[in-house]
Write a protein that binds this ligand. Structure first.
Ligand code: SAM
Ligand code: SF4
Length: 343
């Protein structure tokens, strides 16, 4: 097993069976995490990129069975932040907090037309920041329009590469279309961010092996891995949810196979354990996304309960993140944090 980890660290390649064997064996976890940490240091260094996350609307036309924002959840108060306020949040993040990337995230909210979004993108780009969007499935033309307006990256998780499971958990959605959308991001000139949930009912070790191979095949620039956390107002409320250990293993193996990409220590990891993000940063992650949404909105952007950033102001979120980074002996990276050297 240790030989396999070494091979992955040197050749950045494992086949499905090898991935499954490593995912199944928990005795190798410590070595796996340490090796992913070394590969991270070798390829992307000790700097941690901070991306300021603005959750600008919790309206969603979709009905993903795992998500608290699903359209059939009538227990949440829906909100949209107006364009000027979104810009002000971005300005605070860029000018006062010195963040070099802004991430605009929302449910699939048709209120924000391509025209409105492009106007907002242009305004935010005047702040000299990189801009990431995470707003769901759109046409190739829309992705192109966002790129032309100045957007740099886009996050669209495949959620799971098991087609049947995807259809079960994402009713009304289409797996092939999702893959097309992810490919279209790259064709439109945007950096491709994707990823999966870990711990959805029905996911197996084999599924995670396929997920990791998919990331490589799609030539991803960023991969976000989130443990699934059941939400009480969704059909999956009684599911047991994902474990931090499996999420970290999938993430560490992703670092070994795609050594120079950007990998966030996700909020869902921190929600499962108080030091979840620190553990992730020591097992291959090199990005954190401090939440810069106003406190009054955050409690309504509840994808899952106990989201660790709820209740903090943007400045408090940043302070907490910086403390974690300093305690690790790492530093906040300068620059926009693009994924440059594709191998
Ligand atoms: N609506 C866009 C989309 O789905 O791509 C962007 C926002 S969506 C809330 C961002 C991510 O939240 C999803 O890709 C999904 O993986 C994650 N998410 C949703 N429900 C979750 C849950 N219960 N536990 C953990 N992560 C969850
Ligand atoms: Fe909507 Fe995204 Fe939640 Fe699915 S995961 S319900 S698309 S916000």
């Amino acid at each position: 097993m240790y030989r396999l980890i070494q091979k992955a660290a040197e050749q950045h390649s494992l086949n499905r069976e090898e991935l499954i064997a490593l995912l199944r064996n928990d005795e190798i976890n410590r070595r796996l995490f340490e090796t992913a940490d070394e590969v991270r240091k070798q390829y992307v260094g000790d700097g941690i990129h901070l991306r300021g996350l603005i959750e600008f609307s919790n309206f969603c036309r979709n009905n993903c069975r795992y998500c608290g924002l699903r359209r059939d959840n009538f227990n949440i108060e829906r909100y949209r932040i107006d364009e000027d306020t979104i810009f002000k949040l971005a300005e605070h993040a860029a000018v006062n907090m010195k963040l070099r990337t802004i991430v605009l995230q929302s449910g699939e909210d048709l209120h924000f037309s391509a025209e409105k979004l492009c106007r907002l993108i242009r305004r935010i780009k005047s702040l000299d920041v990189a801009l990431t969007l995470s707003i769901g499935e759109k046409s190739f033309e829309e992705y192109r329009a966002y790129r032309e307006a100045g957007a740099d990256r886009f996050l669209l998780r495949i959620e799971t590469t098991d087609k049947q499971l995807y259809l079960d958990h994402d009713p009304g959605m289409d797996w092939e279309q999702r893959v097309d959308c992810i490919r279209n991001l790259g064709r439109a000139g945007l950096e491709i961010g994707t990823g999966v949930l870990v711990g959805l009912p029905g996911q197996k070790t084999e599924t995670y092996a396929d997920d990791i191979l998919f990331f490589k095949q799609i030539n991803a620039d960023m991969i976000g891995i989130g443990p699934f956390i059941p939400h009480p107002d969704t059909p999956l409320k009684t599911a047991s949810g994902g474990t931090l250990t499996m999420a970290l293993k999938v993430m560490a193996l992703t670092r070994l196979l795609l050594p120079d990409i950007n990998i966030p220590a996700t909020t869902a990891m921190e929600t499962l354990a108080e030091n979840g993000q620190v553990m992730a940063l020591k097992a291959g992650a090199n990005v954190i996304m401090p939440n810069v949404t106003l406190t009054q909105y955050r409690k309504h952007y509840e994808l899952y309960p106990g989201k660790s950033t709820t209740g903090y102001t943007p400045d408090e979120s940043l302070k907490a993140v910086k403390e974690k980074i300093a305690a690790l002996g790492r530093f906040v990276a300068e620059g926009y944090g693009f994924h440059r050297q594709k191998i």
